[in-house]
Unconditional design. Sequence first.
Length: 89
Amino acid sequence: MAKAAWIARNKKRKRTVKKYAEKRRKLKEEGKWEELQKLPRDASPTRVNNRCSLTGRSRGYIRKYGISRIKFRELALEGKIPGIRKASW
C-alpha cells in the first residue's frame, strides 16, 4: 500500500491539471510560452502518475484495467475480472 500522502498528492495534481487544462491549451495555441511557464508546475499533465486504484502502487500499472500487476493477478485468479483466466499449456 502506498503512503496516503502520495495518493493524496497525486489526486491534487489531477485536480490542478483539470483546472488549468483549457487555459494551457489556449496559451499553447497562441504561443505564449512565458505565460505558460507562470502557471503552477503541477498544471502539466505529465506530472500525474498512473497509480493502482486499489492500492496506490505506481509501478507495474496496467493501464487497460487501472490496477497494478499484483492486484490484477490476485483478482484474475479469483475470477473477478471478466474474460481473464490463468494461462496453462
